[in-house]
Design a protein around this ligand. Structure first.
Ligand code: GLU
Length: 462
């Protein structure tokens, strides 16, 4: 067991988004890579902005992604409690330490942290008032990703508000000390806080942890950081849309991390083995929903059939696909499995399944008008329908190869080609112009359905 202790420290003030997931993932990966400990700490001191509902989404999303925590809510550990709202006693104790060291003072009812250095007053144009500045040496943040960063902190800052609530900077540092965190891996947006944090660590007489500020995730289009409001930002959304968690994890791992070479789809064990802080880029990553969808497709394609079926069935239940298709009792399991297997190599995501398979569940599937015009626009569709209708009565529909041979023989007997039957057959049995192979559709639908559908289209043409 290594001594590495990392933490993911979300504030439950909003939904769990790609950025949170990536920070959680990089911490988890680093812990797993080094054999260290992954701590989940909930930074919920801001009672007005926190909600139990958001907290539940954090737990749920992390579990869904497979980012299990070794210490934290529900997992226990020797450094608890792991919710800041339950750690008031710890903060009081640490505040006393700072007081005893002469590093605090009271002003306007709040407790301030006193920087070390000579004080002087200046008029601040921006704030339109006189402020007290402190002459300090630059604070050095030794960052595993960004290298040596120097920042000036030249104003004392509040650590406990007048309402008695401790401020983020204070509780964040106290907990990193109390929980013996060795590496702080967090978003680059926190780099501007780190100089305050280093000053606090020093005031406590504690060596700061190794910082690693990971690059921002930019929104797909246009400048700026991806926010929770951007399309595709919420992890919950991928869960609902039936994305595979391993695909989401794989895609997110590549947002700002470079495993070297052209590696893209990688089993999680390989990601864990390869992940390290020097491999994290300094430059920002750009979110791309097409790449995410593509990754998901690669994972769907590679799923063993029984796992694909299981995932699709979960999706069908969650989205009430049969009910929405107007089916009152679920089709036989073996039939559903056949339809799903037929679809696996053809779809990009589970969310495409309802539309892709709709005509398998009901006789009242819609007709694509363009496909209809095209299929009926050439040759003699009525004659072909009649021939197909007769053929299907006695055709061997057991295998795709058998069906293909049968259709070819039928075409040949009329001096025609396979292609002369395909479009009109597809239109009749699916209402569409594209989809799985017509032979597979015939096989899965079976004689009765195929015959009825051919007959109905023939009848509609008069
Ligand atoms: N609660 C902070 C956040 O949600 C944590 C910052 C940190 O990881 O230190 O961003």
């Amino acid at each position: 067991m290594s001594t590495v202790r990392v933490r993911f420290a979300p504030s439950p003030t909003g939904f769990f988004h790609i950025g949170s997931a990536r920070t959680a993932l990089f911490n988890w990966l680093y812990a797993r890579h080094t054999g260290g400990t992954f701590v989940l700490r909930i930074e919920d001191t801001d009672a007005a902005r926190n909600s139990e509902a958001f907290l539940a989404v954090i737990y749920d999303s992390m579990k869904w992604l497979g980012l299990t925590w070794d210490e934290g809510p529900g997992a226990g550990g020797d450094y608890g409690p792991y919710r800041q709202s339950e750690r008031a006693a710890v903060y009081r104790e640490y505040l006393e330490k700072l007081k005893a060291a002469g590093r605090t003072y009271e002003k306007d009812g709040a407790t301030w942290f006193r920087l070390e250095g000579e004080r002087y007053e200046v008029y601040d144009e921006h704030r339109q008032k006189t402020v007290t500045k402190v002459k300090t040496a630059p604070i050095v943040i030794d960052d595993a990703i960004r290298g040596r960063v120097e920042r000036i902190e030249d104003e004392d800052f509040v650590i406990v508000r007048s309402d008695g609530n401790p401020v983020f900077h204070f509780v964040n540092v106290v907990d990193d000390i109390a929980m013996e965190i060795t590496h702080v891996i967090r978003g680059e947006d926190h780099l501007s806080n780190s100089s305050k944090h280093v000053a606090l660590f020093q005031a406590f007489g504690v060596k700061p942890p190794q910082f690693a500020h990971i690059p921002l995730i930019l929104k797909q289009n246009g400048p700026g950081k991806m926010s929770k409001r951007d399309q595709g930002a919420l992890i919950e959304e991928y869960q609902t849309r039936g994305y595979l968690p391993e695909a989401v994890v794989n895609y997110i791992s590549l947002l700002g991390w470079n495993p070297g070479g052209d590696l893209e789809k990688m089993p999680i064990d390989d990601i864990v083995a390869k992940f390290d802080l020097p491999g994290v880029n300094q430059s920002n990553a750009r979110f791309d929903d097409k790449k995410m969808a593509h990754m998901n497709m690669l994972y769907l394609l590679a799923l063993p059939p029984e796992r694909f079926i299981a995932a699709a069935r979960v999706y069908f239940t969650k989205h009430e696909v049969f009910a929405k298709a107007g089916v009152t009792s679920d089709p036989p399991a073996a039939y559903v499995d056949e339809v799903l297997l037929l679809s696996q190599p053809k779809i990009k995501g589970l969310e495409e399944l309802p539309a892709y398979t709709s005509y398998f569940w009901t006789e009242t599937y819609p007709t694509d008008e363009k496909a209809r015009a095209k299929a009926l626009g050439k040759g003699d569709p009525q004659a072909r329908l009649a021939e197909l209708g007769e053929w299907v009565q006695s055709a061997d529909l057991a295998t795709d190869a058998g069906i293909e041979a049968g259709l070819k023989a039928l075409a040949e007997s009329k001096g025609l080609g396979f292609g002369d039957y395909q479009a009109v057959a597809r239109l009749a049995v699916t209402g569409l112009g594209a989809g799985p192979s017509i032979t597979a559709i015939f096989r899965v639908l079976g004689r009765e359905r195929v015959a009825a559908r051919l007959g109905r289209l023939a009848a509609s043409l008069g």
